[in-house]
Design a protein around this ligand. Structure first.
Ligand SMILES: [Cu+2]
Length: 168
């Protein structure tokens, strides 16, 4: 590539970056210093996308689940968490209170609904999540939360996450 073409390319990239910056600040799925890690999960009949989700111990998570299926679904996991808050979900109000008090991740989302919760993962490890409706997990509605240690984890996480490198 010639120097001329390179500098022209850089100019174009610079313009694109500048105009896209405001959008990136509000829409980026990458964790920002000021807010929780945004995780979007899509439920269908009978699957979750993605079915592997990475988190960091101590870093708040906002999990938003959109149900694109024709059936009611839920997400349940034994992932150790604290500060569970239901922003929007189809669980009974009392169940939300109980789950929040006990740190039980169990989020219901009926057909056509989107549910959102926030929480903080407390313990590194790999934890399965699944839909609790009869037969759904066996049919494929399951996945894993991979929680890594945050103390020295930012380097390791960046190495595994191409998106993070692209934002620097
Ligand atoms: Cu289901």
């Amino acid at each position: 590539m010639t120097t001329y073409k390179m500098s022209r390319l850089l100019a174009v990239v610079g313009i694109a970056s500048g105009t896209a910056l405001a959008g990136l600040l509000s829409l980026s799925p990458i964790a920002l210093a000021d807010g929780p890690q945004q995780i979007a999960l899509t439920a269908a009949d009978l699957s979750f996308t993605p079915n592997s989700i990475q988190m960091v111990v101590g870093q708040p998570v906002q999990l938003t689940i959109t149900n694109l299926g024709q059936l009611d679904h839920d997400v349940k996991s034994d992932i150790p968490i604290s500060q569970l808050t239901y922003v929007q979900a189809d669980n009974d109000p009392q169940e939300q209170v109980d789950n929040a008090a006990q740190g039980v991740l169990d989020v219901d989302f009926d057909k056509g609904d989107t549910s959102t919760v926030t929480f903080v993962p407390t313990t590194a490890g790999t934890y399965s999540f699944q839909c609790d409706q009869p037969g759904h997990a066996d049919a494929g509605m399951k996945g894993t939360f991979v929680v890594t240690d945050g103390a020295s984890g930012s380097q390791g996480l960046t190495a595994d996450n191409g998106d993070a490198a692209a934002s620097s």
